[in-house]
Design a protein around this ligand. Structure first.
Ligand code: ZN
Length: 307
């Protein structure tokens, strides 16, 4: 079965064609078998919907896909009973506000379309195929241009009133941090203090050029760990996955892990946290692909739910 996946981002659209091996997925034990293979992928710059969506449709047209999954930048409307379900809503990204992205693909391709936020899709990718396999509850955090948090809770993606926006969780400031923050809504939220652009503005260089500056990563870990500790307390995840460009700085992982243990102070009494935290807070197992693999899983679920 062929399916399509889209990782719809504010700067680029990743479109991929995938082949599902339903036996490998349904069999549970996929020893050696790859349940979904990426056959082809392209990237298209995100311009306006009028220019970009037709290019994406062209990629999928004639390929014979039976379902499509979209993990989308937000905010988005995920409420199936809403008149604007499948829309990108109040985004500041020029031209994309109130864009009916799901409708455009449904109309052009005539297949079921699964839809969720980009970070929820990435969480689903890691839960289905990656580091959080077999977890009932897991958190995927991306720290990059923005900070997003996908929440997979008791076997499904958490939406709630709108969808979680835990990248904007409020934090205590580092005592040495004089940077004002980048978020126009909050003086001290995770995204405003710890996203890639925040690191660059605070220290005058992008993170990749600051790899050997200990104080940069000590402060970054101080913020990420506060957020992670709060997610542990709030959701009790069985796995926490940290992805995104900033997390390419691998020295962050032990710093975050140690800070989380200190912040929790032994209160959450589980050996994964107390003794094996390096297995508990990890990098994505799918490398750069959790989003697109999650989009495939959204497609697969849309197909089986609809058919
Ligand atoms: Zn904020």
């Amino acid at each position: 079965m062929l399916i399509g996946g889209i990782e719809a981002g504010g700067t680029k659209m990743v479109c991929a064609l995938g082949e599902v091996d339903t036996m490998a997925l349904d069999g549970g034990d996929a020893a050696g078998a790859e349940p979904v293979r990426i056959l082809e992928r392209i990237q298209i710059p995100t311009e306006t919907p009028e220019r970009t969506i037709p290019c994406m449709i062209d990629f999928f047209a004639e390929k014979g896909i039976e379902a499509l999954g979209i993990g989308c930048f937000g905010p988005v409307d995920l409420n199936l009973t809403s008149q604007t379900y499948g829309y990108i809503t109040k985004t500041p990204k020029a031209g994309w506000m109130d864009c009916n992205i799901v409708g455009a693909f449904q109309k052009a391709l005539g297949v079921p379309v699964g839809f969720d936020t980009d970070v929820n899709a990435a969480a689903l990718g890691e839960v289905t195929f990656g580091a959080a396999r077999n977890c009932e509850t897991a958190i995927y955090i991306t720290v990059g241009t923005g900070v997003g948090v996908g929440v997979y809770c008791n076997g499904s993606l958490l939406h709630g009133l709108v969808h979680p926006e835990a990248g904007h969780i409020l934090l205590q400031r580092h005592p040495k941090d004089t940077y004002k923050g980048r978020c126009p809504f909050h003086a001290n939220c995770l995204e405003g203090l710890a996203s890639g652009p925040a690191v660059e503005e605070r220290w005058g260089k992008p993170g990749i050029e600051l790899a050997d500056r200990e104080e940069v990563w000590e402060m970054e870990a101080y913020y990420i760990a506060q957020a992670v500790a709060n997610y542990i307390l709030a959701y009790s995840p069985q796995k926490i996955i940290l992805g995104g460009g900033i997390m390419h700085q691998k020295q962050l992982f032990p710093l975050v892990q140690r800070n989380v243990q200190e912040l929790l102070g032994g209160y959450v009494n589980h050996p994964l946290i107390k003794e094996n935290i390096s297995e508990y807070i990890t990098a994505p197992a799918l490398g750069e692909n959790p989003g697109i693999m999650g989009a495939f899983e959204l497609a697969r679920r849309a197909f089986f739910f609809r058919n």
